[in-house]
Design a protein around this ligand. Structure first.
Ligand code: NAP
Length: 391
């Protein structure tokens, strides 16, 4: 008998609701792997510390051992981490993504039957937001009003560049580079091709910020033409050909961010993959999640060339911590993405189907039950048991 294949999976429980949603998620992932492969594949879970738990143990929020283990395993499942109040580290979530160079945030948003939604036809939304994860506001380059740095910058702007700003301004710098924009758009187009998605829309505010947001759009088109010329087509090319859009090619188009926000509500079925700079993508992902039931159902992956960390979009929801109330679906769906990434497709599909059935049969945690006006809500643990029973 061949020995079982063991895959090492580092995980970070996280703060707040992290431990309980992680427990629920590991349990259903193990069930799905067991069901799909019998004893042939085994996941060896390895707990890593970060956040409050790491601070209690080591006096630091993001120990280097945690980063090393993830780098070595090339994968991790992560619970939410709270941002320490009072300085030191800006955000551990941001720090983790930057230190491991997880440059592409992938957030799929789709409707699940049985889930109450604030819109009339939530099933029309099925998008994947590929958001740049290292630059723009995530770079965190800013100085406080009145600081030496802010004053120095104000004088350089005034004296060398002829730009007059108010003395009482805080100063932030928004860098968007060709390198980071192109690798993000490359990842988005590759994703669209691999998953047979029909379009990649470059979302930007280039009408106002021409050399950052506008450049993101221009570099995106350039990259699509140079590296995926045979596999993609633009709206301009379709218009100039005078022929209908050909089958089998990924449409690359662009939308100004404010228009994108209204189109994703009014014409959701026209969009498939959205490639965005950091801040636009942040807003869009939560707005899209709200259309299909909220943050409790929004999974995510942060992917680089050498590692991928899977985590829910939501945070630590501290008021629900330890109360068996939180919805674990977003982390479970991140687990679905992780299994697919690990080429455990059968387990990934079986877990997805079990989550779909659980929700469709009306087993809802309080965040979803209250939207449908129901007073019957199940707890985190009961939801997890219901999913496990359907695997
Ligand atoms: P949050 O933790 O996402 O919670 C905001 C609200 O969303 C909650 O009050 C709750 O809404 C709802 N919610 C989120 N997750 C839920 C779940 N699993 N089940 C049910 N409801 C859920 O955002 P926050 O309060 O702004 O942030 C709290 C901390 O988390 C902060 O320290 C922040 O920095 C951190 N954070 C971490 C991450 C990450 O680790 N990736 C991401 C975002 C925020 P109702 O109150 O309406 O019930």
């Amino acid at each position: 008998m061949a020995p079982a294949k063991t895959i090492s999976i580092p995980y970070i429980e996280g703060d707040g609701i992290g431990p309980e949603i992680m427990r629920a998620t590991r349990c259903v992932i193990d069930s799905a792997v067991n069901k799909a492969y019998g004893g042939d594949v085994r996941l060896a879970w390895m707990e890593l510390l970060a956040g409050e738990a790491a601070f209690r143990a080591y006096g630091e929020y993001l120990p280097k051992e945690t980063l090393q283990e993830i780098t070595q395993a090339k994968v991790a499942l992560k619970g939410p981490l709270s941002t320490p109040v009072g300085g030191g580290i800006r955000s551990m979530n941001v720090a983790l993504r930057q230190k491991l160079d997880l440059y592409c945030s992938i957030r799929p948003v789709r409707y699940f039957e049985g889930v109450p939604s604030p819109v009339k036809e939530p099933q029309k939304l099925d998008v994947v937001i590929c958001r740049e994860n290292t630059e723009d506001v995530y770079k965190g380059v800013e100085w406080k009003r009145g600081s030496d740095e802010a004053i120095a910058l104000l004088s350089i702007l005034r004296e060398r560049l002829g730009v007059e700003l108010r003395e009482d301004s805080g100063i932030g710098i928004k860098p968007i580079s060709e390198f980071a924009s192109k690798r993000l758009v490359r990842a988005a187009i590759k994703y669209a091709i691999q998953k047979s998605r029909t379009s990649v829309t470059l979302v930007h505010k280039g009408n106002i910020m021409k050399f950052t947001e506008g450049a993101f759009r221009d570099w995106g088109y350039e990259l699509a033409k140079a590296e995926f010329g045979d596999a993609t087509i633009t709206e301009a090319e379709i218009a100039s050909s005078g022929r209908p859009r050909p089958d089998g090619k990924v449409l690359v188009n662009d939308r100004i961010a404010d228009n994108m926000f209204q189109q994703i509500l009014t014409r959701p079925s026209e969009y498939s993959v959205l490639a965005t700079p950091n801040l636009n993508g942040d807003y869009l992902a939560d707005a899209c999640a709200a259309q299909v039931g909220g943050l409790g159902l929004a999974p995510g992956a942060n992917v680089g060339d050498s590692a991928a960390v899977f985590e829910a979009v939501h945070g630590t929801a501290p008021k629900y911590a330890g109360k068996n109330i939180a919805n674990p679906s977003a982390l479970m769906l991140s687990g679905v993405m992780m299994l697919e990434h690990l080429s455990l497709g059968e387990a990934s599909r079986s877990l997805m189907k079990a989550i779909e059935r659980t929700l469709a049969e009306g087993t809802l945690t309080q965040d979803l039950a209250r939207m449908s006006g129901s007073s019957r809500a199940c707890g985190t643990k009961e939801f997890s048991e219901a999913v496990a029973a359907r695997i």
